[in-house]
Structures are given as structure tokens and as C-alpha cells.
Design a protein around this ligand. Structure first.
Ligand code: FNR
Length: 353
């Protein structure tokens, strides 16, 4: 029996399959507002019967955007265009989650198809970045401003307010982005966090910002399931690692996080990643084994049988796929076919079956 095509009941929501569309930035918003691109981009996955779709990293503050083309949810008038997307996805019978994010020192970038550079605050599309410490990601980047206590509290509140707006827009899932070297990950890792106050130094201090954000978001969510994406390792000596990730998983579980989505890397330039099929799966497996959280594996999972095998071996409960869904937005239909399963298509497409 296929696990990939079996349902999974969360506290308030049921995922119809174990396949999740991984969040993917589109760099196509204007001033944070969603537009037709986002509706069509996310809508196509729902038309292709992906049962759970995560929307790209959506900034909780303008200065938290990776690029000036990122989606945002820092003000109420950004809700309606997002609600249109949510409504469309729901009409197709799928669930949709929003990934709330702040890019910290990795913010203020150009759109990747224009250049790979960070834009200076003097550029029309650039701004001053912030971070736990005044350490840039790479030499060519600006030096971020180290956040003071008030700056940290502003970020916690902005996550809370964005989550409240996400509830209003009708999202089923709120995922906090604590991976890939963005702001929360910058706090988690000793390689980017050299603070000497309550938010730096010990493990307890480095996870403090994330725990405060989770607690703040918890006060505003209703039927939403709370998910967390982490980088389980920095792939660098002296950095955040799997041992700390396991401890973190146990802590966030107690705070009501239901799903942990396990990625890796992105925080330091000198990371050494042994990229290969399933290379991040062992990290998900370890966290699944040592916590009660529902665990998602992601990264270079390309075929249906590969995804199914990870679930059968109990290395993860969910399979997140990114690039595969860009190549084929109807991947859920294809994978079912590959596994020889009879999987219902959208009624508009059924005649082609
Ligand atoms: C990504 N990824 C990503 N991750 C995330 O947590 N938030 C995001 O907004 C993005 N944006 C993004 C854009 C694009 C174009 C790509 C290709 C990737 C990472 C993505 O969710 C996933 O973790 C990786 O792509 C690895 O999975 P695949 O692509 O090997 O299935």
C-alpha cells in the first residue's frame, strides 16, 4: 500500500496525500502584493491535485524581504490578493500554507534573473539589512545592523501580526521559516550570532527569538496548523548542527508546532554540502526518531518510488518537493501514475485520463 498517497490527520486539518509543494520564491510581487502570477503559479499545483501547497517565503516586514519582488504580509491591504489564491486552492480541495519569513542579513537582494548581488541601501530597490550581529554573509554584502532589544521585539510582533493576517486570509498552515541562513537561522547559529545578551551565546539564548515568535504566533492562530522549517545543520565546523536541531525539535513540539520540515545549510559561505539524492533525508529521520513531531523530508527527491521508499522506511512522514513541481505542476498526478495508483484528477481534466 502506498503511504505517499495515504492521508495524514493533523489536529485540525487532514492532508490528503503525503506530498507537499515546497515553498518557492517567485520574486514577482510589487511592494509585497500578490498578483496574477502568484494565483496562476500556486493555482496550477491545485489544478494538478497537489493536496498541500506551501506559498513562498512571505516577508513579515519590508526590510525582511530577500528581494524587492518578495511577497509580504506586513499590512492589511496585502490580504485580499492572497485570499483570492487561498480561495482558489480551497475550491480545488487542496490545503494551502504560508511561509512567514524575515531574511535578516540576506535581505535586499536583486531579483536572481537580474543579478545575484545584494543591493546597497542607496539603490532604489535596496535597504539596510539587520541581523543578530554585525556580520555580513559574504564580503561583498553590506554589514548588517545588529538588532537591539526593541528591534527584536518589533520582529516578534511583526511575525504575530502577519500570522493574524494569514488567519484572516484563510490559510490552513502557517510555516515559520527558520532555515537557509535567514534571520531566525542567523540567531540559531553561533557562526552568525555573536551576541552577548539573552539572545546569543548558549543554545537556550540562540533559540530564544524563535521560541518567542512561536509563542506570539500561537496567540493568534485558530484552526491553523503550525509548521517550522529548519536547516538541521550548517555543514560547517562550529555551526548549528543536528544535535541542536533534535533538542530544538523537542522544544518546539511542546509549544504546539505540529510539523517540522527539515532542510539544511544556507547560513555560511564555507559550508560543505555533499549534494546527492536524499542527502537531507537522514536529518529528517533523526528528528523523526527523537521527537514526536510529524517530519518532512526535502531535497533532491525526484521520483515517486524514491519518495515512497523514504516513507516506507519511516525516515519521514511527509515529502516536500520543490523543483519537481516547477518542472511538472501536475506532479501529484504523474507520481500516482508512476506508482500504478488510481488517483482522482480535477474533473476538468478527467476526460484525458
Ligand atoms: C526555493 N526554496 C525555498 N525554500 C524555502 O524555504 N522558502 C522559499 O521561499 C524558497 N524559495 C525557493 C525558490 C526556488 C525557485 C527554488 C528552486 C527553491 C527551496 C525549496 O523549497 C526546496 O527546499 C529545495 O528546492 C530543495 O527541494 P527540491 O527542489 O530538490 O525538491
Amino acid at each position: 500500500m502506498s503511504i505517499l498517497y495515504s492521508s495524514l490527520a493533523l489536529k485540525q486539518k487532514t492532508l490528503e496525500t503525503r506530498l507537499v509543494v515546497s515553498p518557492m520564491c517567485q520574486y514577482t510581487a510589487v511592494d509585497g502584493y500578490a498578483n496574477h502570477w502568484h494565483l496562476v503559479h500556486l493555482g496550477q499545483f491545485a489544478a494538478g491535485k497537489a493536496s498541500t501547497i506551501l506559498q513562498e517565503a512571505t516577508a513579515i516586514l519590508p526590510e525582511g524581504r530577500i528581494s524587492y519582488g518578495d511577497l509580504g504580509l506586513w499590512q492589511d491591504d496585502q490580504i485580499p490578493a492572497l485570499k483570492d489564491i487561498v480561495d482558489f486552492v480551497h475550491q480545488q480541495g487542496s490545503l494551502i500554507g504560508i511561509q512567514l519569513a524575515h531574511a535578516g542579513r540576506k535581505a535586499s537582494h536583486d531579483k536572481p534573473w537580474l543579478s545575484r548581488h545584494q543591493l546597497a541601501p542607496s539603490d532604489t530597490n535596496g535597504w539596510q539589512t539587520v541581523a543578530p550581529s554585525a556580520l555580513s554573509f559574504q564580503e561583498s554584502d553590506m554589514v548588517p545592523e545588529a538588532l537591539d532589544g526593541a528591534g527584536i521585539q518589533k520582529i516578534v510582533k511583526a511575525f504575530q501580526e502577519a500570522a493574524k493576517r494569514a488567519v484572516e486570509a484563510g490559510y490552513d498552515i502557517i510555516e515559520i521559516h527558520a532555515a537557509h541562513g535567514y534571520l531566525i537561522h542567523q540567531f540559531l547559529s553561533p557562526l552568525s550570532n555573536q551576541r552577548t545578551d539573552a539572545y546569543g551565546g548558549s543554545f537556550e539564548n540562540r533559540i530564544r527569538l524563535l521560541l518567542e515568535i512561536i509563542e506570539a504566533v500561537n496567540t493568534v492562530i485558530q484552526q491553523q496548523s503550525l509548521w517550522l522549517r529548519i536547516s538541521a545543520t550548517d555543514w560547517a565546523a562550529g555551526g548549528w548542527d543536528i544535535e541542536e536541531s533534535v533538542l530544538l525539535a523537542q522544544r518546539v513540539q511542546a509549544l504546539g508546532v505540529e510539523v517540522i520540515d527539515v532542510s539544511t545549510g544556507g547560513n555560511v559561505l564555507h559550508q560543505e554540502i555533499p549534494i546527492a539524492a536524499n542527502y537531507q533525508v537522514p536529518f529528517a529521520a533523526r528528528i523523526k526518531e527523537e521527537s514526536e513531531l510529524i517530519t518532512g523530508a526535502v531535497g533532491l527527491i525526484k521520483t515517486a518510488s524514491q519518495a515512497e521508499a523514504i516513507l516506507q522506511k519511516k525516515q519521514a512522514d511527509l515529502i516536500f518537493i520543490g523543483r519537481g513541481f516547477l518542472e511538472n505542476p501536475h506532479l501529484a498526478m504523474q507520481f500516482a501514475k508512476d506508482l500504478g495508483l488510481d488517483f482522482p484528477w480535477s474533473k476538468q481534466y478527467e476526460r484525458a485520463k
